[in-house]
Design a binder for this molecule. Structure first.
Ligand code: SF4
Ligand code: SF4
Length: 432
């Protein structure tokens, strides 16, 4: 009964937010999904109309509504361009939570989210076992890109060219770190996120090298957990709350100037989605969430905004290799961070920076969207791949490991010879 009342209250709040939409349809022109499907139900306006009848229909076709809602990259293009300021992502996430609370999680999602992800150390161990056994199931695809493909027919992997799990995850390589502030007088907490930890440990090592180079002290607890976005995107509020609590425990009582991450998705989750759901926590927890969220930023933004990296470009050396940049949606559209990563790339003397066309168009990854709708995800990704190749750059850099995986898949499947790197890896490699 208590839960039902809570659901009704949440629905009411959602309805209030949805009335802001004036159905102008401007979100159609910026939705990467609509550009592929031309289906009005895929765009923000269509989803909001669908949700409009939610409480009165309570709930005739929960599964149908859920499927429509899941058909979304959560890229935030609609919200970033909405003249009425509709918080589309907040509406979609809260609606997913309501629908899941009403209907329950599927057995598979329950097993993955509640059985594994919500228990960070168990999740670590499962993936470490996966790393040791993966060679039986995969074979190399591209040496330059470091991709693999499946040896056997697998409905989960399909045609994908993917990055294998790291032999030794980042948290095992580094453990916990606590170093004092150096020359800069600054101390940063380092939240590395699941993909850096388990697939791209070199990104984590690059962040540490750069912070050390600029005299920034580091607090990096190895007890940190997933930021919770896979759980929240699935509407699984209990798992999301467990993960937020684990991170509050790991980072909460320390003093630091900023919490930095190399993952655009983690950055926007901690900065925007944690406070969005702060009302679901105790007063003390909600206060800690707001403090941590306000301190959270992308690693490039931290370096440039705190004056550690010059805001002027350096002249590239003759014959330097070209590098281009892809804007992750969660960084540019959600947090308006786009100049700082470019500034880092323009401070590498051995690189000549070139812009690609549609640098801020979605790569099509969308987290679980890629798993559920691979063909559509790949069609959007191939347009990104065409723009990368057309730029003539030898390397494409970005600020999100999830975008790296998507671009790597597209480039590898087409046999392209364009390297994919995180901005911080490219910048760290140029430091002595
Ligand atoms: S979400 Fe915004 S852009 Fe889309 S129809 Fe509503 S008001 Fe217009
Ligand atoms: S979040 Fe992205 S994919 Fe989803 S409706 Fe908005 S623009 Fe379309």
């Amino acid at each position: 009964m208590k839960d039902l009342q809570k659901l009704v209250t949440m629905l009411k709040t959602l309805e209030d937010q949805m009335t802001v939409c004036m159905h102008c349809g401007l979100c159609q022109s910026v939705c990467p999904l609509f550009a592929q499907t031309l289906n009005e139900a895929d765009v923000a306006r269509g989803k909001i109309c669908l949700l409009g009848g939610l409480s009165s229909e309570m709930l005739k076709d929960v599964q149908g509504v859920k499927e429509r809602l899941d058909n979304c990259l959560m890229c935030g293009s609609c919200a970033a361009n909405c003249p009425s300021g509709v918080s589309a992502l907040e509406i979609f996430l809260k609606a997913r939570v309501i629908l899941t609370a009403y209907q329950g999680l599927s057995r598979t999602r329950r097993m993955i989210l509640r059985g594994a992800l919500a228990h960070p150390r168990l999740f670590d161990r499962i993936l470490e076992i996966g790393a040791r056994s993966q060679s039986f199931f995969v074979s190399p695809a591209s040496e330059l890109l470091g991709t693999s493909c499946s040896r056997i027919m697998s409905p989960f992997i399909g045609k994908r060219h993917f990055m294998p799990l790291a032999d030794v995850p980042f948290h095992r390589q580094q453990g916990s770190l606590d170093t004092p502030a150096g020359e800069s007088g600054l101390k940063a907490a380092f939240y590395y996120g699941c993909l850096t930890d388990k697939i791209y440990p070199d990104i984590g090592n690059a962040v540490l090298k750069v912070l050390r180079y600029h005299g920034v002290g580091v607090w990096m607890p190895h007890e940190q957990a997933c930021c919770g976005i896979p759980a929240l995107s699935s509407g699984d509020l209990p798992s999301f709350k467990e993960l937020v609590r684990a991170n509050l425990k790991a980072f909460g009582d320390r003093d630091f100037d900023a919490l930095v991450t190399p993952c655009a998705t983690c950055t926007s989750t901690i900065r925007e989605f944690w406070p969005m759901f702060a009302g679901e926590f105790s007063e003390d927890e909600a206060a800690a969430i707001k403090i941590l969220a306000a301190k959270t930023t992308d690693i490039s933004a931290f370096l440039v905004d705190s004056g550690l990296v010059s805001d002027k470009s350096v002249e590239p050396a003759v014959n330097s290799a070209t590098i281009t940049y892809h804007d992750p949606c969660h960084l540019k559209k959600s947090l308006k961070i786009s100049a700082q990563p470019r500034r880092l790339l323009q401070n590498i003397p051995s690189c000549r920076f070139v812009e690609m066309n549609e640098a801020d168009s979605c790569c099509g990854s969308g987290g679980s969207f890629n798993l559920l709708h691979y063909e559509t995800s790949a069609a959007i990704g191939m347009r990104k791949r065409e723009n990368i190749v057309a730029s003539g750059a030898a390397t494409v850099a970005t600020s999100c490991p999830a975008c790296m995986m998507q671009m790597t898949d597209m480039l590898s499947r087409r046999g392209d010879t364009v390297a994919v790197r995180h901005v911080i890896e490219a910048y760290a490699a140029a430091l002595s």
